[in-house]
Structure formats: structure tokens, C-alpha cells
Write a protein that binds this ligand. Structure first.
Ligand code: MG
Length: 254
């Protein structure tokens, strides 16, 4: 398989549950870089968080932030997509949704640093970048409320509520695939397959649009929503960065 570019989720897919990067991942990234294959991160994290992670991983590639709200470029530019809804409006909507549904939801803004650190498993020094949001507002609420909340959004809706690992993300009507055209344009033309990698339901659209889908399992195995979206996907032989690296190195060698 000739690979043109890799688009990949970060949390749980490339990174470990505690946010760290394994040495195997760093080695695989080095080999992909040597082969001239760009690896573009597509994440629910903020541009401020991406800045730190991309520098740590030595990735000099454009990346999608906040579930496809926009693109963070290596020169520091942040470009919001046309479907992005500004955080100020999302905060107003969250208040209305709470009132309309009675859901015991809390927005990320309403969590103190202790709660946010516990929920995200991040060190406190990483929290200011988590709070620096442009166009998505994570909600803490039991998944049982997801459908009620989604149906209470103002219609015709330019908004959606997308379930991630820990949060329900209130955001514009975009997903991780929304930034693919911009990422691939910036990554340059070339022959070969677009490989997409993910581990959770907010990666469904990303892997659905790729030539080759890679599902990275968690401790409980590959996520059924991803398997349903891409029955033809390659399932990585191990969780997180170890599995990601094994599949990408195999594709590189093939
Ligand atoms: Mg993930």
C-alpha cells in the first residue's frame, strides 16, 4: 500500500490514556516522517493543547482541533471552518438546554481545576489550554441524557451534541471529517491512500471518509460503532500507541 497521508485521532489512538506518548509511537512517527508521509492529528482537543502536543511529537503538519471546528497550522495560524459556532453562543445554548431538559449537565467552564484534572487525567499545568476553547463546549452529563439533549437543540440546527470518551461536545454541525479537505490540501498532492485512525465514536466520520481505516482498540477492544462504520477496517493488534505504531509500520513496509 502506498500511503499519501495519515489523519489520526490523538487521545487513546496515538496517545496513552494518561496522555503520554510511547517510545514506539515516537519511532513510528520518525519513520513516517523519513518516508515523507505527513501525519495530521484530528482531535477534540483545543488549538492551545495541540500546540504543545505537536511540538512534543515533532509533528510539523496542520491539525484539526475541537472535532473539526478548524485547522491549526504549523506557523501558528488558527482558521475556523464555516460550520464552527463560537464558544460564546455555545455557552448561551448550554444554559437554555439545561433549562429545557432538566439535565444535570455542567459545562467545562463550570468545573473547577480539581474536577477537570480528575476527568481528563491531565496534570493541572495542562488545564489552561483545555479551557482555551474556540468552538466546542464539553458537557459533563450521563450518556443517558444524550438523546434528550440532542433533540432539545434549537431547530433548524446548526448545532450538534457529539459523544466523546468523557464529554458530550456541544458544537457546530461539523465533525472530524470537516477539516479533511483543508488538511489534505496543506499536506500536498500525491498518489496513495489516505489512512485514517481512530478509537471512539467521534472518529466515525473521519474513518468513514478514508481510503484505509484503522481502528485502535481500547482496553475493552475495538469500539463497535467504528466496526459498524467500517467493517473493512484494520483493527490494530494492541491498544493505543503500540497498536497504532504496529499498523502504520506494517503499511509502510508493505
Ligand atoms: Mg480518541
Amino acid at each position: 500500500v502506498r500511503v499519501r497521508a495519515v489523519v489520526s485521532d490523538l487521545d487513546g489512538t496515538m496517545l496513552e490514556p494518561d496522555g503520554s506518548a510511547r517510545v514506539e509511537l515516537r519511532e513510528a512517527l520518525r519513520r513516517l516522517s523519513d518516508a515523507g508521509i505527513p501525519v495530521c492529528a484530528v482531535t477534540s482537543k483545543t488549538a492551545a493543547e495541540l500546540r504543545v502536543i505537536l511540538a512534543d511529537l515533532d509533528l510539523v503538519t496542520p491539525a484539526g482541533f475541537e472535532n473539526g471546528a478548524g485547522v491549526f497550522y504549523p506557523d501558528g495560524r488558527i482558521v475556523l471552518g464555516t460550520k464552527a459556532v463560537r464558544i460564546a453562543e455555545l455557552r448561551r445554548v448550554a444554559v437554555r438546554v439545561r433549562k429545557a431538559t432538566g439535565a444535570p449537565l455542567r459545562t467545562l467552564d463550570e468545573l473547577d481545576d480539581g474536577e477537570l484534572a480528575a476527568l481528563t487525567a491531565l496534570p493541572r499545568r495542562a488545564l489552561p489550554a483545555v479551557r482555551r476553547r474556540q468552538a466546542s463546549l464539553p458537557l459533563v452529563v450521563a450518556p443517558a441524557w444524550d438523546a434528550r439533549i440532542a433533540s432539545s437543540l434549537p431547530a433548524p440546527s446548526h448545532l450538534r451534541a457529539l459523544r466523546g470518551n468523557r464529554f458530550l461536545h456541544l458544537q457546530g454541525d461539523h465533525d472530524k471529517a470537516s477539516v479533511l479537505p483543508a488538511l489534505l490540501a496543506a499536506a500536498g498532492r500525491g498518489d496513495g491512500a489516505i489512512v485514517a485512525c481512530g478509537d471512539s465514536p467521534n472518529d466515525v466520520e473521519l474513518i468513514a471518509h478514508a481510503d484505509l481505516a484503522v481502528i485502535v482498540p481500547g482496553a475493552m477492544g475495538p469500539h463497535p460503532a467504528l466496526l459498524a462504520a467500517r467493517p473493512d477496517a484494520i483493527v490494530a493488534p494492541a491498544p493505543h500507541g503500540l497498536g497504532w505504531s504496529a499498523v502504520l509500520l506494517e503499511l509502510l513496509a508493505a
